[in-house]
Structure formats: C-alpha cells, structure tokens
Design a protein around this ligand. Structure first.
Ligand SMILES: [Zn+2]
Length: 487
C-alpha cells in the first residue's frame, strides 16, 4: 500500500483588511516534504496520524508539503495556485497511490477561487484516478461545498470547539481511508444543509452533549463518521452556513436520514441557541467584578477581535474600557503590534517610555492608545502550548500602565494559554479581569485558573451579528437573514 499525505490550510475572512501571500504561509508554517515535525499542528495532523500508522503497519507513506497561514483576508491567486500546484506535482510524482490524505481547513478563499478546497480535491481526483481513496480532515468552521464532498471519499471535521481533537479526528480519517482502501467498507456521504448560520461551543451546552451523542453513534450500525460543518460566517461565499455530513457504509439513504435528523436538531436551537450571551465592554467589567476573587480572575474573551477569525487582533476597545477603571487589576493580550514590540524591546525591561500601541489595522480596530508605560518583560519568541501543538506569537513585550498589563506580540495568533501572560512575568492570580484575544480556543487552558468565563461583544471588527452581514454570494434563504425554509 502506498499513501500520500499533504496539507494546505488557512481560514479566510473575506471582510478582513489583511491579505495573504505566499510569505504569510512561509512565515507561519511551511514544511516541504519530509520536514514536518513530530508534533501535529491543527490542520496538518493527517500527516502525523498517517506516519504513526505507517510505522505500525509497514505501508509506504509519501509526504508532500504541509503549510498553514494565520487566518486573515483573501489569499492571493499566485499563492494559492503555487501551493496547490506544488502539492499536486508531489502527488503526481508519488503515483500510484491507493490513498491520498489532505489536511485542509475548508474555508480558504483565494482571489478567483471561492472554494479552494473543492478545487484542490477535484484536481487531486483527476490525478489520482477514480479508485484512489481520497480523504481530508477539515476544521469544523468550513464551508463544505458539493465539490469537496463529490471529489473525496471521506471528509472528517473536528468535533470540538475549542479544537482540542485535531489529532484524534486525523486518526479517525486515516483509519477510515485505510479500511476503504482495503475494501472493508464503502464510505457513502450525505449532506444536510441546515440553511442556517449556526455555531456552538462544545465547552458548554447544548453543544457538549450533542457532540457526545454523535460520537456514540459512530462506528456502529453502519455509521462510519459524522461531522458538523458549522461554517465560517465571516466569508461571503455561496456555501457559507451550517451543514451536517454523515458517512455510512454503502447506504446513502441511511446517511441522509441521520444527517437530516441531526441537522433539524441544530435548527431547533434557533437564533443564538448554540452561543453564549455576549456582554458589551462596560457590562462585562461590572459582571466580572461580581464573579472574580480568591486569586481567580474572570476571563473575558474578546471574540470579535480574534486573530484566529482572520481579523487583526489589535482592537483597543477593551484597553480603553479598562483604562477608564484604573483601580481594577487587569491584563489584556495578546494585541498584535510588531512596531510597538520593537520599541519596547529596544528600550529594555524596566524602561518607562511614551508608547503608541494598537488600533492600526483598520478604523474598526479603534483608536491607537497613547500612554506612558513601563516595559515589564520582553522575549525574542513567545511560544505557547495549544493542545498537542506549540504556537509562536513571535517577539513580544508586556507593558504596564498602573494596574493594567498589556501583552503586545509581533505575530498574529490567538491567546491560547496562560503562558502568553505568565512567560512575560504577569501574575494572573493577582488580576481580577483577564481579557484574551480568542474566540474559544483559550477555554481549555484558561478555565482551570478562572473564576468564570464571559464572552465580550466589543463591536468588531469581525462581522459578529449574523443578521446584518452584507453577503452578496451566499445562497438564500439562509437563517437568520431569512426565515428558515425547513421550518
Ligand atoms: Zn475552527
């Protein structure tokens, strides 16, 4: 048996003012064949999972390129076509292969390509032929186009949000594709389009028990795999929205019936049914002060300024709100500002300087902050853990303004875990409020040290109110912009 594996991934916010070229992939994560590390990363996990199975079972694994760019705006045509053709050339050179595995995101949009993954998988099918088993792992925040489903034999999405299960789902994908290649099963996919922009967190109900139930339905009674594609609402593409994919063993009707049953359950949650309440900055501070205490801060998640959602991560809205309450011990991070980081590192730890930071990427980032700050800590590379992987925020600095500590970073990345603060000398137990630039990936690592977790609505720049997103390409009807046609 010969197996090919490669990875090409990013998440594209088509409303973002940031743009992605090849250098954004090369500087974030770019591993030519044979250079992928032992540790898995979010979207390249099929390579690591396939390596482990190849070692155990003795089949031949041919690795292609694995690359990832931090979510941002449109990918350039040259970057997408160049990376796609690099991987397809590697696949062609690896032939014959019985299995081709891809680590994708599922919401990558390039100039001229609204469905990069569908395009890549269709080309891979042409090259590898009809008998090759083609599988891909997807982030649950994917668009799940018909072209993706038709071009692959098996698509498996993360089930958990925060995405703590990327390696487990890669193992599921590899196991399913190997069984299919050995003709033990015949994966047959059906998709139910919920015609809704839903989304839920598995760190809370109703998402938690829903995911536990769909896991219990897998690998029994002919059901091979169940994935919920939540969709990625910050993309104006035809396929935006929530869909349920069920893969049954050679039984389309069984797959379709279960996909519809599960999809209708999600529709039944209604508007906002799967998401927590969101507090405006002032409300969030008041609410947090009633909950914090005993060495345990309240975590405020600045969801709509989350670099993982393709925006800059330099909004100053919460910094301004906290500076209006100087008596509150608080921390906020990590804000993207490579220029300010450079100034702080040059000034040195302990220096007191006049610093302008944040609020640079777009008007929606708020105004820059001008303050006299003390440089509390600096590092040449702020490297923090996330599940089984490590994420670099690049050169970074922490600055102090009275009771407020602010972490500034050079690389746009989410605030995945407490070392974003503690590695720069900030004691989170001494804080009452800690604001993290993350949607929910922070949750697993921060919840154990938190008195409570609250979600912020700081107004953007991510298009947070699904009722008002100015889509031009999305298929309609689509709830909550339109009544749900299934009801
Ligand atoms: Zn995601």
């Amino acid at each position: 048996m010969r197996v090919f594996a490669a990875s090409l991934a990013t998440e594209t916010n088509t409303f973002s003012p940031l743009f992605v070229d090849r250098s954004a992939f090369e500087s974030a994560f770019y591993c030519p064949p044979g250079t992928h590390p032992e540790t898995p990363t979010l979207c390249s996990s099929p390579i690591v999972a396939a390596r482990r199975r190849a070692q155990a079972e003795g089949f031949t694994l041919i690795e292609g390129t694995a690359t990832w760019a931090e979510p941002a705006g449109l990918v350039s045509r040259e970057a997408y076509e160049g990376l796609r053709d690099e991987i397809l050339g590697q696949l062609r050179a690896a032939l014959p292969v019985q299995v081709a595995l891809f680590g994708l995101h599922g919401a990558m949009v390039a100039r001229g390509y609204d469905d990069c993954e569908g395009d890549l998988l269709a080309h891979a099918r042409q090259i590898a032929g009809p008998d090759c088993i083609i599988g891909a792992e997807l982030d649950m925040h994917c668009h799940l186009s018909a072209q993706m489903v038709q071009s692959a034999d098996a698509l498996v999405a993360f089930k958990e949000f925060p995405h703590t299960d990327f390696l487990e789902r890669a193992e599921d994908l590899v196991a399913l594709c190997l069984r299919a290649a050995r003709r033990e099963v015949r994966p047959t996919s059906a998709v139910f389009d919920c015609r809704t922009i839903a989304g839920f967190m598995t760190s809370r109900e109703p998402g938690r028990s829903f995911v536990d139930r769909i896991k219990a339905l897998e690998n029994r009674d002919g059901i091979l795999s169940i994935s919920v594609a939540h969709g990625f609402q910050a993309a104006d593409v035809y396929d935006v929205g929530t869909k349920v994919l069920v893969i049954a063993d050679d039984d389309y009707h069984q797959a379709a019936a279960l996909a519809e049953k599960l999809g209708r359950e999600i529709i039944g949650w209604g508007f906002g049914g799967g998401t927590p309440p969101h507090f405006k900055p002032e409300e969030a501070i008041v609410e947090a002060l009633t909950l914090a205490g005993d060495g345990r801060p309240v975590i405020l998640a600045d969801r709509w300024d989350n670099p993982g959602g393709g925006v800059a991560g330099d909004s100053t809205v919460m910094v301004e709100a906290l500076l209006r309450r100087p008596e509150i011990p608080a921390a906020i991070g990590a804000m993207w500002d490579p220029v300010a980081v450079g100034f702080c590192r040059a000034a040195g730890v302990g220096a007191e300087i006049a610093l302008r930071f944040g609020g640079k990427a777009a008007p929606s980032s708020g105004r820059p902050i001008d303050a006299t700050v003390r440089v509390r800590g600096t590092t040449a590379d702020l490297l923090v853990p996330f599940a089984q992987s490590w994420v670099s925020l690049g050169p970074a600095a922490a600055v102090t303004i009275g009771n407020l500590d602010v972490v500034l970073a050079s690389t746009r990345a989410q605030t995945f875990s407490p070392p974003v603060f503690t590695d720069l000398g900030i004691d989170l137990a001494a804080k009452r409020i800690v604001v993290v630039k993350s949607s929910n990936h922070f949750h697993a690592a921060f919840a154990p040290i938190a008195a409570a977790v609250l979600y912020l609505d700081s107004g953007g720049p991510y298009p947070s109110d699904t009722r008002k997103i100015p889509y031009r390409k999305a298929r309609r009807p689509l709830f909550p912009l339109d009544p749900n046609p299934w009801l």
